[in-house]
Design a protein around this ligand. Sequence first.
Ligand code: HEM
Length: 469
Amino acid sequence: MSVRPHALEGSIVRPPAPAVRSARTIGAHRTVPALAADPLGAFERIGREAGGEIVRISLGLFRPYLVTRPEHVQHVLRDGAGHYSRDGMLWKPLRRLNGDGIASDGPGWELSRRLIAPVFSGKNVAGLIDPMAASIAEGVAALADAARSGSKLDATVEMTRIVHRALVRAFFGGRIALADADRLGSAIATAFTSLGSRMLLPFVPGAVPLPGDRAFRNAVRTVDEVIVPLVAAARSGPADRSDIVSLLSSATDADGNTLTDRQIRDDVVAMFVAGTETTALALTWLWVLTARSPEVAAALRDEVTAVVGPGPVTRAHLPKLTYTRQVIDEVLRLYPVGWVIPRTVKQDDVVGGVRIKRGSTVFLSPYLTQRRPEAWDSPDTFDPSRFAPDRAAGRHRFDYFPFGAGLHQCLGSHFFAVEAQLVVAAMLTKYTPSVENAGEIRPQASASLRPRGAVTMTLKPVRRKRKRA
Ligand code: HEM
């Protein structure tokens, strides 16, 4: 005979629902003055105080949530990504430059993402390596006079120049004149920086003039003068070219959709914005960090010398530059140039038992998560060997996310890794860099994580012993 308690007859026993609580708020009297004085330092202190808990940072009317624990980041970027969008005030000004394609959200983004993602496949990027390597070798060779005379260089400026030209080559093949490539680079940089006041004041309507508007309009005109004819030429040229704009021009999705010339223009500009400053800053940080760490610099040089010899660097060298790759990964752990990833909450949500309210903003920060002492030993120490393959075990996928994740995961991460390896190897086959102010350089939180002030680099030409006959 079985005994059935009446009270439970026909019902299912459920565990009690976990309590949902509101996020603790860190008050404006503590955040605002500190953020105004030293935004990144204050942001770090807030992160430390939160200790992995989801908190709200009160900035007056604006009260974003800060989410740092890897499992919570995974929810926002991947598992619960449907509750969040990349739309919102913070992104609005950028639309004036990038349009409504890959840098946006919604249907325009979906079409661009579907068509662009295959263009960045491993096979396509492999086809771009040798032309990019040639462009990088030219850019690096252009520093020879400065190296011979021992002139002081601004590392960010030089890395930007080299990266921009490599990107131009990958995007347009040989169809763009060097003068136009340089004009494009400075116009995109001006357009991006002159959006500064609109980014700080995103609620001001476009009809109300703000400083930077005129510089922005002029820069956009230059961008269009250079890019629009190149897109038209790619459209009318042979379809078998392997540069990115040609690939985009002939890309079709399963339903036969293609991108219009305007959409290609918008997406190319968006990718230049996404790919130039990020890559150049990551490389600049690499020279700063290796200058502070002579044993890493020596190991890096030894690997490049053993693998590449006197150069030139080619596609075949890249898989053997394993330590170089670890150095690059570690640079992006300590200085993830996309230091904060904002999202707008589309629908109420609960993350780790904390209520997240619709309409609010969530900040994710690779900078904070990637320095959590729970996940990384001596988190502030630059130690590329953390990324040795045998040390990855036990790490949460979201302990490290310099390229974001989920729907909007960076399309250029593989491209970046290739480009960065090429630049580092090309530089070290020719020069021994030193950064005299490496110890003093501090990060500054702007749209990207950039060094505060100039990084002063000098290069010494590498002298190789002649082989005896
Ligand atoms: C150090 C180098 C780079 C870093 C740290 C970086 C970082 C990121 C991050 C964090 C995102 C996600 C943004 C979000 O979720 O809202 C992103 C998206 C993106 N990145 Fe990168 N990126 C780098 C280089 C590049 C390069 C070289 C390209 C292209 C040539 C590129 C193209 C893109 C594009 C198109 C997206 C938007 C993807 C989408 O929304 O669907 N990035 N990147």
